[in-house]
Design a binder for this molecule. Structure first.
Ligand code: IVH
Length: 672
């Protein structure tokens, strides 16, 4: 890192914070990132380093504060400026009609424009921004007073710490919903299951559970999102309609619903409700209804409130789609960490947009609690619309032939012993050589989110383990043509493809390897945090549980799990063999391998802005000519190659008098 004077550091910190918030906005709100994850990590780390080096620059609204912070003892209480009311709910279209007729009566002769928007199934949240700076975040609580969950909400990347734009209200109490996206919900339950913890019943419970976590580091890992749909107290803005308010919130950088409907007649309201129902399964978050709201604030004032809810809005709830089917069998699956999970094998049935043939039964207690027997007619429902669940048993339809399920006393895959750990509902196979566990571990290692080895999916893993060609992760790198040719249906081309995919995985970034190792509780976010903190796998392996716990994004549960993983001699042996196979054990670094000589020998470069080719490709051209490419501009920089929309690095170069080249000049130098 270049040496900054305190003044330079302050300027750099301010510009990094702006830049990172902007990238957060592009990533989370527009889903259109303009820089790679690696570049983002670099900016983030530079900011973190500067904040450590210059503690006086620390600020509560820094993007680095999104993670970390000390665990709380309990939540303080916050009194809402304006009460948080609830909505009248209905499952019937007649009641929606009655609501509309009532509005027409209360607003005689007036045109009534309504907005219809998705009802997100999450946890209601109220944020207070003063002069654009986030002051606190509170749950609904009893509507008057809620829990202060500010520390946790600061970890949600789509919640700005500071509002953007030029029209920022002096005081804005903004209302919205925190949710756990469906994909994160599925991953979280899988992780909980692997750890022997009870799964969350649906994304709403998971979001509520996450928000009420006392340790913000755990919250940060969950991947919560937020969406805003209204305001409470407001000063310094004069919004006349809901649509105008939503537009203004969006301009401030607050995420709002992308799609809403406008309706001025009852027929249009009902049509909008149906349209929303048809598309909502494709949303990344769980929805359970439509909210119909009068657009004009003057009309809202005119119709007013009942004791607990506004007369100008109503929630129409969709019935959860259910289906009846036969439970053919209950099988037992062995997960990556050895947890045994009973699985319902169903007669295939169509529900909420897809055919369902299997459903997780979570654990033995759950099967007993619901008294689910093999052969039962059962009702299934998609919890969170992603994972099917057995919600009910039609006991009155039993014939007496149904069989009670018992968990096997030994592992169904390896016959090894199973144990129930104290205080846990999960039963675990403790044989580390269990082939079923090995298969899941290999699948995880090779999966797209981890080492991304194409062609090494479930079926191939099955073959490799059954034929005893792979006994651990490191054996993947011992595969060769002869071994693969012994497998059925493996032609020359598929062998070549698989071997080249395996070879390609050796240079994956460190975080992918850390994630791929399948350490208990270590998800993508913690793997990234660990890689960017330790830079080298060896450094991570040497860290104690104590060191690890102090890292934001790791915390008191994950830290010891990591240390334990690396203490295990079997795991260490595999890691040594991965090293011997030539896997990348360090962070990718731009300062490596420079050929001697070349026309840029002895020069140091910084690339910034948008170039005509990916920045990494241009960096390669510089390195190929013996130049060194670094991240930040200092007095030691020889050239700054500035593409379009170059920002702070260009400013710094100009300030330090470093030679700035545009791309044409650079190409000319290359051609010299
Ligand atoms: S408007 C005066 N809009 O549903 C109440 N609420 O029972 C204003 N919710 O507590 C609420 N999506 O947590 C509104 N688009 C949306 C919503 C929404 C979800 C939740 C919210 C509220 C509950 C109402």
């Amino acid at each position: 890192m270049p040496d900054f004077s305190p003044l330079e550091a302050a300027a750099r910190v301010a510009s990094l914070r702006r830049e990172i918030e902007e990238h957060n906005r592009r990533y989370y709100q527009e889903a259109a990132p303009t820089i790679s994850d690696q570049e983002y990590d670099r900016l983030y780390r530079e900011l973190q380093d500067l904040e450590t080096q210059f503690p006086e620059l620390a600020a509560a609204d820094s993007p680095t504060r999104r993670v970390g912070g000390a665990p709380l003892e309990e939540f303080a209480q916050i009194r809402h400026r304006a009460p948080m009311l609830s909505l009248d709910n209905t499952y019937s279209e007649e009641e929606v009609a009655a609501f509309f007729v009532r509005l027409e009566k209360l607003l005689p002769g007036q045109k009534i424009e309504t907005v219809i928007e998705p009802k997100v199934d999450g946890v209601a949240l109220s944020l207070l921004y003063e002069n654009g700076v986030l002051q606190y975040a509170a749950t609904r609580g009893d509507g008057t007073t809620g829990d202060d969950v500010t520390q946790n909400v600061r970890t949600i990347p789509s919640v700005p710490q500071r509002l953007a734009g030029t029209h920022i209200p002096r005081l804005l109490e903004v209302r919205g919903e925190v949710f756990l996206p469906k994909a994160q919900f599925a991953a979280l339950n899988e992780e909980r299951n692997a750890a022997g913890e009870p799964p969350f019943a649906n994304p709403r419970n998971a979001a509520a559970g996450s928000l009420k976590q006392l340790d913000p580091a755990i919250v940060a890992r969950r991947g919560l999102g937020a969406i805003f749909y209204g305001t409470g107290a407001l000063e310094g803005a004069d919004w006349q309609t809901h649509q105008q308010a939503l537009g203004a919130l969006r301009a401030c950088g607050l995420p709002i619903h992308e799609k809403t409907w406008i309706a001025t007649t009852l027929d249009q309201v009902l049509a909008a409700i149906h349209e929303l129902d048809a598309v909502r399964h494709g949303f990344p978050f769980e929805t359970d209804g439509a909210v119909i709201k009068v657009d004009s604030f003057a009309q809202r004032d005119a119709v007013g409130f009942t004791a607990k809810s506004p007369r100008w809005a109503m929630a129409y709830k969709y019935k959860a789609e259910q289906a009846e089917t036969r439970l053919r069998d209950i099988t037992v699956q062995v997960g990556r960490t050895g947890v045994l999970t009973p699985v319902a094998e169903l007669e295939p049935v169509f529900v909420s947009g897809s055919t369902v043939a299997r459903a997780t039964l979570h654990n033995e207690e759950e099967v007993a609690r619901k008294d689910i027997r093999i052969g039962d007619l059962v009702v299934i429902e998609k919890a969170g619309e992603v994972i099917p669940a057995v919600v009910e048993v039609r006991k009155e339809r039993r014939t007496g032939t149904e069989r009670v399920f018992t968990m096997p006393a030994t592992c169904p895959a390896c016959g090894g012993p199973v144990v129930r750990e104290e205080g846990q509902v999960a039963i675990r196979c403790v044989n580390t050589a269990c082939p079923a566990q090995l298969k899941r571990r290999l699948e995880h290692f090779a999966s797209r989110g981890a080492m991304d080895i194409e062609g090494l999916g479930e079926a191939m893993v099955e073959l490799l383990v059954d034929k005893e060609l792979t006994r651990d992760l490191a054996d993947i790198y011992q595969l060769n043509v002869a071994k693969l040719a012994s497998l059925p249906r493996m032609g020359v081309k598929s062998i070549a493809n698989l071997l080249s995919a395996i070879a390609g995985s050796k240079t994956r970034p460190l975080w992918r390897l850390i994630f791929g190792l399948g350490i208990l509780h270590v998800g993508v976010t913690s793997a990234r945090a660990l890689a960017s903190h330790f830079h080298l796998l060896d450094a991570l392996m040497l860290a104690t549980a104590d060191d690890l716990q102090r890292i934001p994004d790791v915390g008191p549960v994950v830290g010891p799990a990591i240390a334990q993983h690396f203490e295990n001699p079997g795991n260490r042996a595999v890691i040594e063999r991965l090293r011997a196979a030539g896997l990348n054990f360090g962070e990718h670094d731009d300062h490596t391998a420079q050929p001697a000589g070349g026309r840029f020998a002895g020069t140091t470069w910084v690339l910034t802005g948008t170039l005509s080719e990916p920045r990494e490709a241009v960096a390669e051209m510089v390195r190929a000519q013996g130049g060194k490419v670094t991240d930040s501009v200092s007095k030691k920089t020889t050239y700054v190659l500035a593409g379009e929309e170059a920002g702070s690095k260009l400013d710094k170069a100009q300030k330090l008098g470093v030679r700035v080249l545009d791309e044409a000049e650079f190409r000319a130098m290359l051609a010299e």
